[in-house]
Design a protein around this ligand. Structure first.
Ligand code: SF4
Ligand code: SF4
Length: 381
């Protein structure tokens, strides 16, 4: 081996020993590539008054604290996680990234969807505080609402008020993927204005009914945060090397009724692509990209609207099951897919379709529902 080659190879060995995992090494390598971080842009999160970066951080699939740290060090100041992501480990990763930065980053997490009793809500919050290594949570959210039942639960409200009195949480929020207009309407109808924020699935495929509900909610000072902004982020052949993600994000951010979007950013490439959208306008070419992407994903894209569900005699949770399929196929996260699927009671899971002769549920977008349920069974049963 020539001296230069030897030096090069020994450098690689010693560097990887120092750096540790390959994933971590890739993170640092990507971080070191030239990139001009944009001037951050902030909007007010409804009645909370918090000024948050319009591109904030959805940490759900982020495996390394360093990706979060880079974002926080370049003006991203709101991070969304949940008790149940990565079996609780996601909050730990966020907690690690918050070290030395807690006073300049707002933290949102969620209690478990099944937690409706005081004791379980208190337990969830205590566990989150410990995992996040913090004394308080800025926004605590009820996870995955599909109707208004939990919004008006006095037991839940009493628990949240107690936590606020104890200084453990600052603001209350909800999250929803299904029946979102109904959920937003319930928040607006609430005379107590109890909930301050709503995390809503919203993207260029969303209908005007949701856009209008968001506008009305924002007017009532409910802080709107958008998730699922990239309609799954599917990789499709018809896009070639063009990525639709930044265009999709710009589409959401042009709606000033949205305080912030929280795209999931798994690595430095996704971070750069997403935070690079701050301050940019949706262009003519972005619209062309989204048109092509929309056509490419239409044959399999579910908006989780839930409109097909009332026609199913078994009450199958079609929209949630489709979301599990998306987590597996688009997000490539079997872990998240399985965790979400396990929360669906067996009798309303895709298994119920095995005993059903004719599907009476109809998709407003023309999706083949039995085929989607069969796909879920294949991936997850
Ligand atoms: S096949 Fe269709 S109607 Fe029958 S249980 Fe499944 S989703 Fe419901
Ligand atoms: S399958 Fe169709 S109707 Fe049902 S939730 Fe998805 S998009 Fe809506």
């Amino acid at each position: 081996m020539k001296r230069r080659e030897f030096l090069k190879s020994s450098l690689v060995v010693s560097t990887s020993t120092l750096i540790g995992t390959n994933a971590f090494a890739r993170t640092l390598q990507k971080a070191a590539e030239p990139f001009v971080f944009p001037q951050p842009v902030y909007r007010t999160l409804g009645r909370t008054g918090l000024k948050i970066s319009i591109v904030s951080f959805g940490a759900m699939l982020t495996p390394e604290a360093e990706v979060l740290e880079v974002a926080f060090d370049h003006g991203v100041n709101y991070v969304d996680t949940a008790r149940r992501y990565m079996g609780g480990r996601n909050e730990e990763i966020v907690g690690k990234a918050l070290k030395g930065r807690r006073n300049r980053v707002y933290v949102a997490t969620k209690i478990q969807p099944a937690s409706i009793k005081k004791a379980t809500i208190f337990r969830d919050v205590e566990t989150s505080l410990k995992a996040l290594e913090t004394d308080y949570i800025d926004v605590i959210q009820l996870h995955n609402l599909t109707d208004n039942e939990r919004i008006f639960s006095s037991e839940i409200r009493e628990a949240l008020v107690k936590l606020k009195e104890q200084g453990k949480v600052r603001f209350f929020g909800v999250t929803s993927h299904t029946n979102q207009v109904q959920v937003l309407n319930a928040l607006m109808e609430d005379k107590d204005n109890f909930f301050d924020t709503a995390l809503i699935g919203y993207n260029f495929k969303s209908g005007n009914d949701l856009k209008d509900a968001i506008a009305r909610a924002a007017k009532k000072k409910i802080g709107i945060i958008a998730m699922k902004t990239q309609a799954g982020g599917y990789e499709t052949d018809s896009m070639g090397s063009i990525s639709p993600h930044r265009a999709a994000l710009k589409w959401v951010l042009q709606d000033t009724n949205v305080a912030a979007a929280i795209p999931g950013m798994r690595n430095m490439s996704e971070l750069k692509e997403d935070i690079g959208a701050m301050g940019l306008k949706l262009s003519y070419f972005d619209k062309l990209i989204l048109k092509r992407y929309s056509a490419a994903i239409s044959p399999f894209y579910c908006s989780f609207c839930g409109r097909c569900e009332p026609a199913c005699p078994c009450g199958v949770e079609i929209s949630t099951i489709n979301r599990c399929v998306m987590y597996a196929e688009a997000y490539k996260s079997m872990d998240l897919s399985r965790t979400t699927y396990r929360e669906i009671p067996q009798e309303v899971s895709a298994r119920a379709c095995l005993d059903c002769e004719t599907c009476t549920a109809r998709c407003v977008n023309g999706l083949d529902i039995p085929a989607k349920m069969a796909r879920a069974r294949k991936l997850l049963a």
